[in-house]
Ligand binder design. Structure first.
Ligand SMILES: Nc1ncnc2c1ncn2[C@@H]1O[C@H](COP(=O)(O)OP(=O)(O)O)[C@@H](O)[C@H]1O
Ligand SMILES: O=P(O)(O)O[C@H]1O[C@H](CO)[C@@H](O[C@H]2O[C@H](CO)[C@@H](O)[C@H](O)[C@H]2O)[C@H](O)[C@H]1O
Length: 466
């Protein structure tokens, strides 16, 4: 059987399998077409390991996904949960969950690894790659697949890939090179080429990123929601009176955020946005709101109030300092380690076009997003444990508001202690970015977690002045 025939048999399994993968953003029905745009045999043994980039056409367009596959001649029971099916060549599995395949993948970082046409594995100088360490896929419903190799390194394999440098690679490398200890050390990366029938020239883009593994890390969402749970358990006490007060952490997180912004402004492009740019920004936010209203009709009653925050931007005559920012900043994107807070996942908003994800913004945008996240952390138990018909709901909603206020203030105070900028001096910019984030969240929740929709809708009502 030729390699091409083997590959097309394995490819034929993808249309049924892809829609069930949580990282697949092309909808839950079978794609219209799946075809390879790059295929490399990474390991020709048992198992055989294919590195595969597949262009997937679905109802809303076409995207390229990275789907490494491993093929075993015998069925491997331990991999049943990632079994795509059977071909004449053997049993086909998601290679990223297959320790034998992921060992072969890591080996390609070695200097003496066989050359792979169209795939480039690079490590930073003096990095020790943990060859031989078994890998474990990090649990959770993430947009990419991250493999921990022992306690030493984490390989984040991007699932949906775009041409160009992924901002997660770009910003992590820039921050590590600048000596920042506020991100996991950047160790290396993989990029590659692909091309479809209509392409004049191959496209190239980031495929994966190798970083130091942060042991002892707890994510900000887990810590913040534990604090809120403590507060709810003591319904009569204020946020500053209960054991799990989060304000000191929020303050330190504000400081870490400011320092990362400062480094990004030093080592990557920065500039100013003139009033005409602010006008365009307001127009983009308005378009996003209009599209959101069309998708989620619950937004309609608040649309006029929300637009007023964008109109204020149009009237502004003073320019705004802009730079590269995190872009999709929330409590799930920060990890608390024994050495303090670390920021992760600089990919930007997943559904935004690649160019938009690398655009410069005021750092106030990240701050607004994190303040929205404090509101989420405070309110989500109201949805899950104390819905409106619970007698404790109103009192806990009041406590939730206090928690958000306290931690937002602490975060901003921490930020200003380490930066020139006090976000509270920019209330109009903050309100516009907060509004834009809440509108985005409404669409996100309507699609992904409808039972959480009341959280951003409550914010929308407040921001609209309702
Ligand atoms: N360097 C690291 N060390 C330890 N755990 C990490 C590290 N980076 C990320 N993680 C964990 O992996 C999860 C997913 O990482 P992230 O970069 O956000 O991927 P995704 O874009 O797929 O969501 C994070 O929520 C965090 O729990
Ligand atoms: O997975 P990403 O980091 O790319 O972000 C997406 O998923 C987030 C949810 O995991 C979503 O964030 C929203 O919910 C969070 C709580 O789960 C909350 O802390 C955030 O403030 C809120 O925006 C994010 O919007 C979405 O892009």
């Amino acid at each position: 059987m030729t390699a091409d025939a083997r590959l097309s048999e394995a490819m034929a399994l993808l249309p049924d399998w892809l829609p069930h993968q949580h990282w697949f953003t092309g909808g839950r029905s079978a794609p219209l077409e799946v075809r390879p745009v790059a295929a490399t045999l990474l390991h020709d043994g048992e198992p055989r390991v294919w590195h595969l980039l597949a262009e997937v056409t679905h109802a809303d367009g076409a995207d390229v996904y990275q789907v490494p596959l491993s093929v075993h001649t015998q069925r491997a029971d331990r991999l049943d949960h990632v079994h795509l099916g059977h071909t004449a060549d053997g049993h086909v599995y998601d290679a990223l969950h297959d320790k034998e395949a992921t060992a072969a993948l890591l080996d390609h970082f070695a200097d003496d690894a066989p050359r792979t046409a169209g795939l480039r594995f690079r490590v930073k100088p003096d990095v020790k790659v943990p060859y031989g360490e078994p890998s474990l896929v990090l649990p959770g419903e993430h947009h990419n697949t991250s493999l921990a190799y022992g306690n030493a390194a984490l390989l984040k394999v991007f699932r949906r890939v775009d041409p160009g440098l992924n901002p997660d690679v770009e910003l992590n490398e820039a921050l590590t090179d600048a000596g920042s200890t506020l991100v996991a050390p950047f160790l290396g990366w993989v990029d590659g080429d692909w091309s479809g029938p209509g392409d004049d020239a191959p496209r190239s883009g980031s495929l994966a990123m190798l970083r130091g593994f942060l042991t002892t890390a707890s994510d900000g969402w887990a810590l913040a929601t534990a604090s809120v749970r403590d507060l709810y358990a003591e319904g009569d006490l204020h946020a500053d009176e209960v054991g799990g007060d989060f304000a000191a952490e929020a303050y330190r997180l504000g400081m870490a955020t400011a320092r990362v912004h400062e480094t990004l402004a030093e080592v990557l492009p920065s500039g100013t946005m003139a009033p005409s740019g602010l006008h365009e920004l307001a127009d983009a936010m308005t378009r996003r709101l209009d599209a959101a209203v069309a998708t989620v009709p619950e937004l309609e009653p608040f649309a006029i109030g929300l637009r007023s925050h964008y109109d204020v931007l149009r009237e502004r005559t003073v320019e705004v300092a802009v730079q590269r920012v995190h872009g999709s900043y929330h409590l799930g994107q920060v990890l608390r380690t024994v050495l303090g807070w670390k920021l992760i996942d600089f990919e930007g908003e997943l559904m935004a076009p690649a160019a938009e994800r690398r655009a410069m913004h005021s750092p106030v945008r990240d701050i607004a997003q994190m303040l929205r996240s404090f509101d989420y952390a405070a309110r989500h138990l109201l949805i899950t444990d104390h819905p409106p018909d619970d007698p404790a709901h109103d009192q806990l909603a009041y406590r939730a508001h206090e928690w958000t206020q306290r931690n937002s203030e602490a975060f901003c105070a921490g930020y200003v202690s380490a930066a020139q900028l006090d976000p509270r001096d920019e209330p109009e910019l903050l309100a516009a970015y907060e509004t834009d984030t809440a509108v985005y969240e409404v669409v996100f929740e309507a699609r992904r977690r409808p039972s959480w929709l009341p959280i951003p809708l409550a914010a929308v009502e407040r921001l609209a002045g309702g």
